[in-house]
Ligand binder design. Structure first.
Ligand code: XIL
Length: 547
């Protein structure tokens, strides 16, 4: 097919207008049955020429009942592609913009001939067939282990961005779907591979739900984060100088009912040295300031954090004593801190970020080195010994989408559960305006709820410039960030009340955030702008709790 034809095809848009309220039951839109029926009955072609990608035959099978693609080679890929664009306007487009769409599925029958273990990719492409020139290219992959006909249904919300590893967009705008591409990647198996497809359809179950931030509705002037969130605490990361600054403290106390010390309760802030007899020198100036501020204003305090590789004093890293001596110093430290704030601090992140990125293994640290792989458990035990009542949390980042890290973290957590040493998990919510998607947030949150632990979304900030591509904060990013905040709050609020703890925001104003200094790009990750003004993200937080 040449480019002109592709352009002509592109203009073939099938529009279904179905009002939100009328679609109460399952509705199926057949795209093709490869037998003359459906929206695009015959316009399917092999991707690339026959002969490329190992494809030797690709056609509706001789009885016309299904589509069959055959190719040779143990390691290759092949696709069939609908040749016309499909735009499903199942609800008015305006409503869909940047929102989460639920209850829409792509359904098809699928079979593989003699090659169990074949990886099948279903791809939705925005634009022409070729993968890599498109702006939008969503993919869902799965492995088909048995070779018999099977009907699969894929939630559109589960499609992940396919080809651009730098683009983390994972949500799908159904109005933008250009082509359906059904493909197979072969990594091993027999020489001759066959995959068959039939009855490709879009299915709307129950009703299409579209949720998200609505810019056209304003929130009441007297809304407050803490009073709108009825079933959980809304926290803010603070530091000593800001709790003493009335511009900050006025907003802290107005909007929030919980505090986390951004840095003042970390080891480097408190732990200043060890003398010859092994006595610890501890400086409580900054941590006390925050505890006093929170108590004076009747705010909850979440302690952060007893052990963190990034806040290890140098004298611990170079400590020359035995491992046993090292461990006893850590025990003394944890005991001293937890005991000092017993009855004042409600919860502690005991160990922060113990798993290395992209792995299920422990992160290298002096604690691992000196105390062994049981170090996390030992620290939890020290904290528990010092205070029977305080809630103990494991806190980490990327657990929503880094599946290996998630596995490693939950191995630690499950071990702690078996020893009755843990009360909750903190998901640090350092996320991007377009990533991760709501379904991923929910699925990962369920892992905590399933274990009957408290959920803390502990360090929310939403990067609007993760790749450094913008110089100024745009209206578009403002909206997108608000939508992401809306999703986070929606997912949090849907947790059964008994497992809700707090949703903590990692800083007040955009220009206070750790994000810009850390990542080197200008960013606007928080709910208030640099003049203490409420951003759309603030309104989205409120709206998500009201809807
Ligand atoms: C950050 C603070 O925001 C910065 O001010 C400091 O320089 C480094 O630490 N994960 C955590 C937090 O658990 O403690 C970190 O806070 C951000 C990442």
């Amino acid at each position: 097919m040449n480019i002109t034809m592709a352009k002509v095809m592109l203009s073939t848009i099938l529009v279904f207008l179905m009002q939100l309220t009328f679609a109460q039951q399952e509705t199926t839109y057949l795209i093709t049955d490869f037998d003359g029926g459906g929206i695009l009955p015959n316009e399917w072609q092999s991707y690339g020429d026959l002969g490329s990608h190992g494809v030797v035959s690709a056609k509706p099978n001789s009885d016309g009942k299904f589509y069959e693609q055959i190719w040779n080679g143990k390691k290759d890929e092949g696709y069939i592609v609908s040749q016309s664009d499909i735009t499903f306007r199942i609800i008015p487009k305006k409503k869909l913009k940047e929102k989460t769409i639920t209850n829409v599925f792509l359904r098809m029958d699928i079979n593989c001939g003699g090659a169990p273990g074949t990886k099948i990719n279903i791809v939705l492409v925005d634009g022409p067939n070729d993968c890599c020139t498109n702006d939008v290219n969503w993919q869902y992959s799965f492995v088909k282990n048995t070779c018999e006909w099977e009907t699969i249904e894929i939630n559109l919300a589960e499609f992940g961005y396919a080809y651009d590893p730098n683009n983390h967009e994972k949500s799908i705008d159904i109005t933008k779907v250009g082509r359906v591409k059904i493909g197979v990647d072969i990594f091993s198996g027999t020489e001759r591979q066959i995959v068959q497809f039939d009855n490709v359809a879009l299915v709307v179950k129950d009703k299409v739900e579209v949720t998200g931030y609505d810019d056209s509705t304003s929130i009441p002037e007297n809304s407050r984060l803490k009073s709108t969130a009825k079933d959980f605490l809304v926290g803010i990361a603070v530091n000593p100088s800001r709790v003493q600054d009335t511009d900050y403290s006025a907003l802290y106390t107005k909007e929030f009912n919980s505090v986390t010390a951004e840095n003042a309760m970390k080891m480097r802030s408190i732990f200043k040295g060890i003398d010859e007899e092994g006595n610890l020198s501890l400086d409580w100036t900054n941590s006390d300031l925050i505890v006093d501020f929170a108590q004076a204003n009747d705010m909850n305090i979440h302690g952060h954090t007893l052990v963190w590789h990034e806040s290890t004093p140098d004298f611990l890293k170079t400590f020359e004593g035995t491992n046993q001596e090292f461990e006893s110093i850590i025990e003394k430290y944890i005991t001293a801190v937890v005991t000092r704030y017993k009855g004042k601090i409600d919860s502690w992140d005991v160990v922060n970020e113990a798993i290395a990125d992209g792995t299920s293994d422990f992160r290298e640290s002096v604690f691992l080195e000196r105390m062994g792989t049981d170090y996390v458990k030992k620290c939890f035990q020290f904290a528990r010994n010092a205070d029977k009542e305080v809630k103990l949390f494991y806190n980490d980042y990327n657990l929503v989408f880094d599946s290996k890290k998630q596995k490693g973290a939950f191995a630690i957590v499950d071990d702690l559960i078996n020893s009755s040493l843990i009360d909750g998990i903190g998901y640090q919510m350092h996320i991007d305006y377009n990533f991760p998607n709501k379904l991923a947030l929910k699925t990962a949150t369920d892992l905590i709820v399933d274990r009957k632990l408290l959920v803390h979304f502990s360090e929310l900030d939403v990067k609007t410039n993760p790749k450094g591509s913008i110089k100024e904060f745009s209206e578009k990013r403002d909206m997108e960030q608000a939508q992401k905040v809306y999703e986070v709050v929606e997912v949090y609020n849907a947790i059964p009340n008994e497992y809700k703890y707090a949703l903590t925001i990692w800083g007040l104003k955009d220009d206070d955030s750790w994000v810009t200094p850390r990542y080197g790009f200008p960013d606007w990750p928080l709910l208030f702008d640099s003049s203490f003004g409420k951003k759309k993200a603030y309104s989205a937080f409120i709206q998500a709790l009201q809807n």
